[in-house]
Ligand binder design. Structure first.
Ligand code: DAH
Length: 345
């Protein structure tokens, strides 16, 4: 028994010394095998215990267990520390700067996207929601529901690309949408009124392409329907939006205009001052957008009672606005993918 007690003490001392020297996970593994595993001396002590008397077992057994427990605790603590250290080292050495040898110049936002973002900021600050709609639209949403039946001459002004035109039912025919106004219908039918939204998006027309026309361009539609809405609300909203965008008090004027989905319908012009290439100051009224009070037929088509609700709508070309804002004279440049041109914005 005495001999075993001494050997346990010696073992304990050896283990402590070895533990002090552990410096890595590999060292720790060696330590484990030597002092804690089944092959360790400690395990042999437990086996030897069996040959001792009960009194001796009672005395020495708990002692050996205490030694084992304290070594195990030390081992586990050390293992945690060393694992964390190894992970930290790996993270620090694995880090690479993925942009360091990037061979390309940085990109930037397209001028039309920049204007769109600004418009969205201005309208959301006025409590408008940003809404999306499909670019492949039914004939009904794009035309009929907006008070443009198939016999209406306004359809000629928005000649477009038909995806399907062989059905009698306008819900079954589809077109590439000619304007974002179709989302007025979708939104009111889906969520009802009151509504306060803008719809920035891409639209399509069968156009001969020239400096100011393209077959694909971007628009922003606006719609506000509630109780007691009048033209004054429309005027205030447009004036505020444009003054914010141009960062100065802009002058606008309303002229009568015809759009089948509004009554009365308006054209909104903006007083525009710029300097031409020869350095001469130029000022003129620019036709900027269509607008008006939502036609009662449109409200009815969406299940809204026009004797209870009224609203205004407007639509303008985002592409055209970008051209005005940045003084771009040819629409084709915008989608030409020319880096020289695009990198100016
Ligand atoms: N959708 C018309 C177009 O593309 C623009 C427009 C005019 C929208 C008047 C409106 C509006 O909401 O009230 O030419």
């Amino acid at each position: 028994m005495k001999a075993l007690v001494n050997r346990v003490s010696e073992f304990q001392k050896k283990a402590r010394d070895a533990f002090e020297k552990v410096d890595s996970l590999d060292d720790l593994q060696v330590f484990y095998t030597q002092f804690l595993s089944k092959k360790s001396e400690l395990n042999a002590f437990l086996k030897e215990l069996k040959n001792l008397s009960d009194a001796e077992k009672k005395e020495l057994g708990p002692h050996i267990q205490t030694v084992r427990l304290s070594l195990t605790e030390g081992f586990e603590q050390k293992q945690k520390e060393l694992r964390k250290q190894a992970l930290d080292e790996k993270l620090a050495s694995d880090w690479i700067d993925v942009t360091k040898h990037y061979p390309f110049e940085k990109g930037a936002q397209h001028p039309v996207s920049q204007i769109q973002k600004r418009i969205e900021e201005i309208f959301t600050s006025m409590g408008f929601e940003i809404v999306d709609g499909p670019e492949v639209e039914t004939e009904w949403h794009n035309f009929d529901a907006l008070n443009i039946p198939s016999s209406h001459p306004a359809r000629d002004m928005q000649d477009t690309f038909w995806i399907r035109s062989d059905q009698k039912n306008p819900h079954k025919n589809s077109v590439l949408r000619t304007h974002t106004s179709s989302v007025q219908i979708r939104k009111m039918m889906e969520d009802g009124v009151p509504v306060r939204m803008i719809v920035p998006g891409r639209v399509y027309r069968n156009e001969d392409v020239d400096t100011t026309h393209d077959a694909t361009f971007y628009q922003v539609e606006g719609l506000l329907v509630d109780k007691g809405i009048s033209l004054a609300h429309l005027k205030g909203t447009i004036h505020k939006m444009l003054s914010e965008l141009f960062e100065k008090e802009v002058k606008i004027r309303f002229r009568p205009g015809y759009f089948p989905f509004v009554e009365p319908g308006l054209e909104v012009d903006i007083w525009f001052e710029c300097t031409d290439r020869q350095g001469k100051k130029k000022s003129q009224w620019l036709e900027f957008m269509g607008a008006g009070m939502v036609h009662p037929n449109v409200l009815r088509n969406c299940g809204v009672d026009p004797s209870e609700y009224s609203g205004f709508a407007f639509g303008f070309g985002l592409t055209r606005l970008a051209m005005i804002h940045y003084g771009i004279e040819d629409i084709r440049l915008l989608f030409s993918q020319k880096k020289d041109f695009l990198s100016q914005f």
